[in-house]
Design a protein around this ligand. Sequence first.
Ligand code: ADP
Length: 476
Amino acid sequence: MPKPHKRPLSSRIPLRLNICISFVLFTAIISGLLWMTETVLLERLYTNSKIRETRALALSLISAYSSQSIDEFKQTLTNAAVNDQICISLYDSRTGLPYHRDVMDNKCLLHGYHNYVYLLVEKLDESEDGNITLRIFDEQIGMETLVVGYVLGSKDDVQGCIFLNTILEPVGSTVRIQKRIILIFSVILLLIGILIAVVLSSWLSDSLVRLTNSAKRMARGDYNTHFEGGSCLEVDELARALTYAEQEISKADAMQRDLIANASHDLRTPLTMLKAYAEMIRDLSGDNPVKRNAHLQVIIDETDRLTALVNDILDLSKLENGTQKPELQTIEACSWLTDIIDRYKGVSEKLGYHIHFTPDAPCEVTCDPGKMERVVCNLINNAINYTGKDKNIYVNQVNTEEGVRVEVCDTGDGIEEDKIHLIFDKYYRSENHSREVVGTGLGLSIVKAILRLHGFTFGVHSKLNAGSVFWFVIKK
Ligand code: ADP
């Protein structure tokens, strides 16, 4: 069992709860921000923009007064008062004419109180730059109002003044209504957040729980487990990764089982032999140098066979479990075959074998040269082992449209027709040989696995007592 290690708190909370908490927090933060914007910022922004607009209106009225005819100006004044719901008073000291517009039925600071305008004029007089902006609570209407005043002309040459008075309070009531709306909105937002969190988390966690259960089944050795994604891209990818892992583990497992089965089947015989001969040397032939040497030779031969067998078993397992891919290269077939056969010459001629190579024109083919060399060598080794008394072996290169056909021919006993389909099987070894031949029974299985890995065609023709032709085609 792996040692438990300390996990962060978040990894101990179920995903469902994690998502719920995050969503509730998120909605709470959004609602809080909205609330703050409304209470702190909006009121201030409202008031400031109202002040700005009222001051701009005052200035535009001053410029209209100097540029428009009296009738036009009166119309402008009316429009401004009605459109902006503002009470306006303009006094021209030169003509002595006042212009008033009252939109609040005498309930404003300019028209509702007798002496208030004098007070405002005083304030305007005292002001440094000839204008005032005041927020004053009007007790008559019980609301906060805004008064903006400007002198006509300049501070040194005062020709009159203009006052505008408007209610600031509607802003406050708007804010109150909005606050209530925000409160309702926040509650709805929170409920929607929780709903989404519950749906989303169960949607996500369900697929993860399904994947976890499948992974547990796989861990118990069920390699047919289906990993179902579906909820989102990442979960899909996880499902795909787990499926891939399952395939790989299953391959490795099959290879391991295969290897154990093959090894236990094949290694038992040579190991028994080794033990038997070692015991014979200890108990019987130890003092007899001739016998002892003969027994030791058997041990050495069996050890060699054992080594070859182990190597073949490993190579075949690797080739068959699909973990190996051919490392493709483009090679020139004629010189490649010549090189391989040249390497045989020394050994084969010493033993009296003749390898005859019939080349064709140079031709480029694509294959894994290392693996394909193994194919050629295994076939030539077999041909050497099984050829007839003339000890001739023929290797032919035949260029075809598809690629290069390589034939390895011998003049031996051939293979019985009903056995031909078995010879590429693992561990098949016919007992029908003219000479005692030591082999692992895996050579042709390795040939088949390599050729299949490349997708090359191959086959064998054989005639009893006339010999066999093993062939394959390396594609261009
Ligand atoms: P091994 O040669 O080690 O027994 P192989 O897989 O190479 O294993 O061959 C399997 C069997 O196929 C051999 O035991 C032999 O009976 C038969 N075989 C292979 N090559 C030839 C050949 N050139 N001529 C006759 N029989 C052959």
